[in-house]
Design a binder for this molecule. Structure first.
Ligand SMILES: Nc1nc2c(c(=O)[nH]1)N[C@H]1C(S)=C(S)[C@@H](COP(=O)(O)O)O[C@H]1N2
Ligand SMILES: [Mo]
Length: 258
């Protein structure tokens, strides 16, 4: 997936309005704007901002932050995302990343160590073997990408809540952040981190997670959109400081609920 950005010429109101409409038309934004804005609100937003590109961006960002709070408030930590029978698994399951499939990161699983930092009591790095020795769970759930596709997949791995408890993470902290073996990164709210369907996925369809789906470990959250599910996780940190994400910092909604 590649992000296109419009070049805005200062002072050109029409161009900026076109740009604002294009930004609003991005699926990621459209999805949450549809839930949070009326048509009147939309024209107000574009109308007030046609002569100032920064104010368009600021207005969209503040709506997005407001939307984060609304989604966090609406999020039910006990409500489960739908699950599906094995017959409905999408084959082949799609690959997606900010690069093409021939550039997938090849991580050496035996040398890989999961690094822990921030508000965690036991910050010893974890090996893949140690993660495999933890109790495992599996799920057949739907992955929804803002680029306009969704697919049903089958993941197995360690319930993240159990891992966080095991390492003594501060469960009252606001955020859990992830850094990946590529340049990807994201962060999530603690309520979602503790959700019963949030998994540190080690397998795909009963086999070791293949490189394209995030070997050696990806976070799988059926309650969140695709871009909130980091592949090739290298480091996890617990924090009270907002730390955004790869797409989130380019305008995608941070909470990213599905
Ligand atoms: N490390 C990493 N994780 C990532 C991405 C990425 O580019 N790098 N892309 C995200 C996006 S936008 C999607 S839709 C899913 C795609 O996961 P899949 O390849 O298993 O379908 O991975 C997410 N996690
Ligand atoms: Mo995505």
């Amino acid at each position: 997936m590649k992000l296109k950005r419009e070049i805005i010429l200062p002072g050109d109101g029409d161009l900026m309005l076109t740009d604002a409409i294009k930004r609003l038309a991005q699926p990621s934004r459209r999805a949450f704007l549809q839930r949070s804005l009326t048509l009147g609100g939309l024209s107000l937003l574009t109308g007030c901002a046609t002569d100032d590109a920064d104010s368009i961006e600021q207005a969209l960002t503040s709506i997005s932050r407001l939307n984060d709070r609304a989604q966090a408030w609406l999020f039910d930590p006990n409500r489960l995302a739908p699950t599906y029978p094995a017959s409905l698994i999408t084959r082949p399951f799609p690959f997606n990343a900010y690069y093409e499939e021939d550039e997938v990161r090849e991580v050496d699983g035996s040398a890989w160590r999961l690094e822990l930092s921030g508000l965690i009591a036991d910050r010893k790095p974890w090996t893949l073997e140690q993660l495999r020795a933890m109790p495992q769970q599996s799920q057949i759930t739907r992955h929804i990408c803002v680029e306009g596709w969704s697919a049903i997949g089958h993941w197995g791995g360690v319930p993240f809540a159990q891992f966080l408890r095991r390492v003594g993470a501060d469960l009252s902290a606001k955020y859990v952040g992830f850094k990946c073996a590529d340049d990807y990164f994201t962060s999530i709210d603690m309520a979602t981190a503790l959700h019963p369907q949030t998994l540190m996925a080690l397998t795909y369809d009963g086999e070791t997670l293949p490189p394209r789906y995030g070997y050696p470990m990806k976070l799988r959250m059926p309650t969140k959109l695709g871009y909130k599910n980091p592949k090739h996780v290298q480091a996890i940190f617990v924090t009270n400081t907002y730390s955004g994400g790869y797409w989130e910092d380019q305008g995608y909604n941070w909470f990213g609920g599905s």
